[in-house]
Design a protein around this ligand. Structure first.
Ligand code: CP
Ligand code: NVA
Length: 308
């Protein structure tokens, strides 16, 4: 059994195997109705708990549909409605849930909560986003890039905006899969120094470029995300917007990237803040492919976790 907690703690060969398997599974069921089962039913008789302590559309629906396509069953639980939200410890919750279900997917706030769940659960645990990372998203994003443009190794990915949880998992992928990663944003919102060191230690190129126009030169992908994440206080909104306004991804900025550069965003997006509708709905945007590929990438992650 394997936990899928982060990209930098998962071996590159395992990441590669999951990316390739996810894409193969997508191709194998092309054109079928969403509710049709896969030919393979590796999750037959398996029960999966999906726990959310924060809102979700994509993570919730893609995991639920993916498990069902593979023959398994799900239960979607809200942290607030569980005893977890009323003082029961994570460790006890993990031990109890492990008696009922075959796998736990958790979206939470503190990374520590996820770590504790994994430590005490006797079934695999998947990170469905914490304040610090969002690995499932980046599995889908790398798959999406490769589907459109071939191997990501050696390419240039540019992140514009807040050095947040999604940015962190992109950086982990740069280190594990060997692509260049450039961050452009204000120094106040730089990615954590620990992640900067990690990318470089693993031999990938990491750069910070304050000028967004210079940053996107030669980019194969430009990525944006919300300026205010779910764990950020609403009172920080104005300050964040002021800091980030100059890093909006718009057509003028995209014109400085490679002509074939893709635009990516994990969604939900705030149109006309971090990105304009012209870019989101433009010819180089693959945002809805990313959303779809959450489903296919996570199906491979689920199989890997359960050794199926
Ligand atoms: N991208 C993503 O994780 O979306 P949700 O918050 O809707 O799950
Ligand atoms: N950075 C965002 C991602 C949402 C999927 C957040 O944490 O709210």
């Amino acid at each position: 059994m394997n936990h899928f907690l982060d990209i930098h703690t998962t071996a590159p060969e395992d990441l590669r195997q999951m990316l390739d398997q996810g894409l193969a599974m997508k191709r194998a069921r092309a054109g079928r109705p969403k509710g049709a089962p896969d030919d393979d039913q590796p999750l037959k008789d398996r029960m999966v708990a999906l726990i959310f302590e924060k809102p979700s559309t994509r993570t919730r629906v893609s995991f639920d549909v993916g498990v069902r396509q593979m023959g398994g069953q799900t239960m979607v639980l809200s942290g607030k409605e569980m005893q977890l939200g009323h003082g029961e410890t994570i460790a006890d919750t993990a031990r109890v849930l492990s008696r009922y279900v075959d796998l736990i997917m958790l979206r939470t706030f503190e990374e520590q909560t996820l770590q504790e769940m994994a430590e005490y659960a006797t079934v695999p645990v998947i990170n469905g986003l914490t304040n610090r990372t969002h690995p499932c998203q980046i599995m889908a994003d790398v798959m999406t890039f490769e589907e459109h443009r071939g191997p990501i190794t050696g390419r240039k990915v540019v992140w514009a905006g807040d050095g947040n949880n999604v940015c962190a998992s992109w950086m982990h992928a740069a280190g594990q899969l060997g692509f260049d990663f450039t961050f452009t944003g204000p120094s106040q919102l730089d990615p954590e120094p620990e992640w900067q060191g990690l990318v470089r230690d693993r031999g990938a190129r990491f750069a910070i470029e304050r000028d967004p126009v210079k940053a996107v030169e030669g980019a194969d992908v430009v990525v944006a995300d919300t300026w205010v994440s779910m764990h950020d206080s609403q009172s920080s909104k104005e300050r964040r917007h002021n800091l980030l306004r100059g890093y909006q991804v718009n057509e003028a900025l995209m014109a400085h990237a490679k002509p074939e550069a893709l635009f990516m965003h994990c969604l939900p997006a705030h149109r006309e803040d971090e990105v304009t509708s012209a870019v989101m709905d433009g010819p180089n945007s693959v945002i809805f492919d990313e959303a779809e590929n959450r489903l296919h990438a996570q199906k491979a992650v689920l199989r890997w976790c359960l050794g199926l």
